[in-house]
Design a protein around this ligand. Sequence first.
Ligand code: NDP
Length: 327
Amino acid sequence: MSFRAVMLSEKDRQVASSIVDLEDADLPQGDVLVSVDYSTLNYKDGMVLSGIGRLVRNYPHVPGIDFSGVVEASHDTRFKSGDRVVLTGWKVGEVHWGGFAEKARVNADWLVKLPKSLSNLDAMAVGTAGLTSMLAMQALEDHGIKEGPVLVTGAAGGVGSVATHLLASAGYEVAASTGRPETETYLRSLGATSIIQRSELAEQPTGPLASERWGGCIDAVGDVTLAHALTEMQYGSSIAACGLAGGNALNTTVIPFLLRAVNLLGIDSVVAPFDSRVRAWARLDELLDRDTLKSMTTIVSLLDASMMGPQIIQGQVQGRVVVDVKA
Ligand code: NDP
């Protein structure tokens, strides 16, 4: 039986996508064959779909850096037919064919079994962006969140939306920074207690330190936003740096680290250890209000997703975009 997939091809450094029919035998090697239900559109998918950053080296290629689905066949004893699973990271959708297809074949080590109470749709409403938010929140907690609001940057995007909701659900005061003032009602519905205009953080700081404002920070933006946040952190607080939507530069000084004992914590969901993934999925299950999760999610078809690369790269997407692969 054939199945549908988004297929990317490259000519003269231009990437083009089309919907094609594949057979099981076309899929890459792996221990587990998964019938994919949902994938999502992440910033990295936007880069892959637009051919930015040369993340994909071999074409033809199936994008989609995460998916949830049901095991169809397994050569690994940890999984059996019918198990519900989720995959994020491991360069799936970059090096290995990903989730923008009705089936995927992957290594068993890359899969996590879903908690019973988390549906396949919920799992992808969370997706890579949500897992990253949880890993970031856990990193902040491991280092101690200090008094004062936790700053979330790029708050109306995928990572920012889930981070805002998770922090609020865990009882923290959240200051959500956005460049889209029209998202204020949305961000407050996720649990933000204050809204910070992006422009407040968008200037290169004038000095190495400013008044202490933030008890912690989850930063999805990088560049001057991160440099600015560093100058305003409470003594001993931490920034979980997980993204570069505003750029990958960082022009700062050592002063916040020396005089305010600020921790800069790097978050990488791609190769996060298995134990921390299982812990993160269990805590996501516990903290996520399902109605709030639904309110931050837009569901699109495989065809729509294949055309949305430019939109997410330009910061025009609100919350999470789930791809209903079989729609
Ligand atoms: P989105 O595009 O959904 O969100 C990014 C948000 O950043 C936008 O919505 C916008 O928020 C803000 N933004 C966009 N452009 C700019 C700009 N030029 N200056 C300042 N702010 C800007 O992407 P995701 O949330 O999916 O991903 C965010 C970042 O996190 C990306 O860099 C991505 O690669 C990274 N990431 C990292 C992971 C990891 O493991 N470390 C995993 C997943 C993502 P607003 O409109 O509210 O201002």
